[in-house]
Ligand binder design. Structure first.
Ligand SMILES: [Zn+2]
Length: 296
């Protein structure tokens, strides 16, 4: 059955890219609502109703996949850096919630999904009176960009084989296999943190990104060194975080995937392209009339 949160949850902190102070309240919602964001800090423009502040979590609403996933509706209201929160909903099997945003971006917290997941587990989820959907991969699908790729194949259950390859020898080539019935895998995914490479920091800042980035919310790698002065939470933390981002981006589809995923050097751009391609496959005929915003 579909699930919602038993009660509301609240999180506050800085936005990774905007640097803005952001507070969100995640509220229970009725069956078939899906994940919906509402910008409570904005007023509707040009006589538009309150609907203009609602942003559906859906692949076609992604307007940027540049170092984070940003959604927007047809009226231009945005919700930035939704991927770790979306991954927490996926890991906790939460289908229906309203996420009220008092700012432009989901707070980055410690750079992982663990604060969301532990709060959701503490509050608990309620089963609702409608069956849960799932996205069944019945035909292979692949999206590529040079030597990077994401492939989906039919399988009886969800699995994810993911590899990354970085010059920094602290990261190097890492591969992980994710099967959701593996003990600890959800915890390992949830606690894996955002990372970047030291030489990228300046150019990211110049392009207006990571204004809220710090050693408290991002791992910074320089060759063989971690600049954070602490240890990794997992020997495969980098690959696990890429898997977390992928799981969060794919959950924009609004249902878990039944299929085998093979990911080679994935990133938000590929993740979102794959989610959009899968959404086009499963779209019901009547959904064509739904309002959609520009596509990334
Ligand atoms: Zn991430």
């Amino acid at each position: 059955m579909q699930n919602t949160l038993h009660a509301s949850a609240e999180f506050s902190g800085v936005g990774l890219h905007s640097g803005a102070a952001c507070r969100i309240v995640v509220r229970p919602a009725a069956p078939d609502t899906g994940i919906v964001f509402r910008r409570c800090d904005l007023q509707p423009q040009d006589g538009a109703g309150k609907q203009a502040l609602l942003i559906d979590a859906a692949p076609e609403n992604v307007v940027s996949a540049n170092h984070g996933t940003t959604l927007a509706n047809a009226h231009g209201a945005t919700a930035a850096t939704v991927e770790h929160l979306m991954a927490a909903f996926a890991l906790c099997s939460i289908d229906n919630v309203l996420v009220e945003l008092h700012g432009p971006e989901i707070p980055i917290l410690d750079g992982s999904a663990a604060p969301f997941v532990s709060e959701f587990r503490k509050i608990g989820v309620n089963a609702q009176n409608k069956p849960r959907r799932e996205i069944v991969i019945d035909d292979a699908l692949q999206v590529t960009d040079g030597d990077r790729s994401l492939r989906f194949d039919p399988a009886n259950e969800f699995s994810l084989d993911l590899s990354i390859d970085f010059e920094d020898c602290l990261i190097g080539r890492q591969s992980i296999c994710v099967h959701m019935d593996e003990p600890d895998i959800q915890e390992r995914l949830a606690k894996s943190r955002t990372f970047c490479r030291r030489h990228e920091v300046e150019s990211l800042r110049r392009s207006g990104l990571i204004r809220g980035g710090s050693l408290e919310n991002s791992l910074v790698v320089d060759g063989a060194r971690l600049l954070n002065g602490e240890r990794l939470r997992d020997p495969h933390e980098f690959a696990l975080h890429k898997a977390l981002d992928l799981i969060g981006d794919l959950y924009l589809l609004g249902a878990p995937i039944r299929g085998a995923i093979t990911a080679e050097k994935p990133g938000h751009d590929l993740n979102v392209r794959a989610a959009q391609a899968l959404a086009r496959r499963v779209r019901k005929p009547d959904a064509a009339a739904a309002p959609v915003a520009a596509t990334a």
